[in-house]
Design a protein around this ligand. Structure first.
Ligand SMILES: NC(=O)c1ccc[n+]([C@@H]2O[C@H](COP(=O)([O-])OP(=O)(O)OC[C@H]3O[C@@H](n4cnc5c(N)ncnc54)[C@H](OP(=O)(O)O)[C@@H]3O)[C@@H](O)[C@H]2O)c1
Length: 375
């Protein structure tokens, strides 16, 4: 039996994790669930999986049946005493930082989709990333290719981008983009925040920074190519010119299942590639005029220090304002750029300083955003 915990169990990655647990209930026992609140969805999951622990940020600590509900970020330290084979982190955004930090510091085995935490904790925790299993599909692809072998003979890795919903939208139409259009990803069905990040292509910029920290590769060895079919998820080019790639139809259950059963593989939904039906595999350079945030993110990554954190936080605030209808799509670009260029960046030495720093960037972003849209 593999005993797992799923933080962010009610979201897109979390629900797909539980689908795998349901399919393999003879092999996986879900002992911990977590979400922001005790929603109907979470209550149904508790009834179905009967976990020992449930974490919620909001609400009251209590006991329901044999399940201990632990509420409040200030009580997250309880994770140190929970003994599981694997913790899956599927929380969206910077709220994933604290649990990720606690789990890493207490030496727990983690598989994570939460790129924001990987980025923001990068400078403090990168040494502890060695045992972490990535769930983000591109990073899982690279992990599936290189496993834990040394990277001396790797010339570069290539992360693929679908190009998002606006790949073919003329630049003059970006002014009128609606929330619904931005959420309408052509290949993946995901949570709202990452869907908007995919529409701006900043998601790919985050993934470059994520790859830098996870695999310890310099930015010069991480490339991005637009690949609208989303069949190839990642490629590793070696110094002899050989390229090994990872292919499948887009399905997050593949990287999630790989993370749970690593190094074994399990059958999922029989959605096997039919090569005779794939007419084209297209590759394009990213359009930096339409999607300037991709290169902007890579520049932030290269400067390093706390710049990737400022970028991550500014984006999270701006995307939330866009999703609330308070700013326009293109305002996301302007706000992020202004925050990164004007926030007085300083270094942090521990996680509490990091969380305080994030609060300052959030406040600064809100003040910058006041000059945009109708915030
Ligand atoms: N979706 C994908 O296909 C995909 C692919 C690659 C990477 N990722 C990454 O995976 C992460 C999750 O993405 P998602 O699309 O699954 O997001 P999502 O659908 O928005 O789900 C977010 C989850 O996080 C929980 N959550 C939010 N705030 C929380 C808090 N303060 N404390 C505890 N839990 C909290 C939510 O709980 P409530 O339901 O209670 O709000 C929900 O369970 C993101 O970092 C994303 O970039 C996602």
């Amino acid at each position: 039996m593999i005993n797992i915990g799923v933080l962010g169990s009610t979201g897109s990655v979390g629900r797909q994790t539980l689908e795998i647990a349901r399919k393999y209930k003879d092999k996986i026992k879900v002992k911990l669930l977590g979400a922001s609140k005790l929603s109907d969805n979470l209550i149904n999951q508790i009834k179905e999986f009967n976990p020992d622990y449930v974490y919620v940020e909001l609400g009251e600590s209590q006991i329901i049946g044999s399940t201990k509900i632990i509420a409040g970020e200030e009580n997250l330290d309880f994770l140190k005493d929970v003994d599981l084979d694997l913790f899956i982190i599927a929380i969206a955004g910077v709220k994933g930082i604290k649990p990720t930090y606690i789990l890493l510091e207490s030496g727990k085995k983690i598989a994570t989709a939460n790129k924001e935490a990987i980025i923001c904790l990068g400078e403090l925790e990168k040494e502890n990333y060695k045992n972490l299993i990535p769930i983000d599909s591109e990073h899982s692809a690279i992990f599936q290719i290189i496993d834990r072998r040394p990277l001396d003979d790797v010339r570069r890795i290539v992360l693929t981008a679908s190009g998002g919903p606006f790949l073919n939208l003329p630049i003059e139409d970006f002014e009128k983009v609606t929330i619904q259009q931005a959420l309408n990803h052509p290949r993946w069905s995901m949570g709202k925040k990452i869907s908007v990040d995919s529409a701006t292509l900043l998601n790919k910029g985050f993934e470059v920074i994520e790859a830098h920290y996870l695999f310890g590769l310099p930015y010069e060895k991480i490339d991005v190519v637009v690949h609208p079919e989303s069949i190839i998820h990642g490629m590793v080019e070696y110094i002899d010119g050989s390229v090994i790639s990872n292919l499948s139809y887009p399905d997050m259950k593949i990287p999630i299942s790989y993370a749970i059963f690593y190094p074994e593989r399990k059958q999922l939904n029989n959605n096997f590639l039919d090569f005779t039906k794939i007419k084209n595999l297209t590759f394009l350079p990213p359009d930096n005029e339409k999607f300037p945030l991709l290169n902007f993110a890579i520049e932030c990554g290269k400067i390093g220090g706390m710049y990737p954190t400022v970028l991550t936080v500014a984006d999270e605030v701006a995307v939330n304002l866009f999703l609330q209808g308070k700013i326009k799509f293109l305002d996301i670009y302007g706000i992020i750029k202004e925050v990164v260029e004007n926030f007085k960046v300083y270094n942090v030495k521990n996680v509490q300083q990091l969380l305080d720093f994030i609060k300052e960037v959030e406040d600064f972003t809100v003040s910058v955003a006041k000059r945009y849209g109708n915030t």
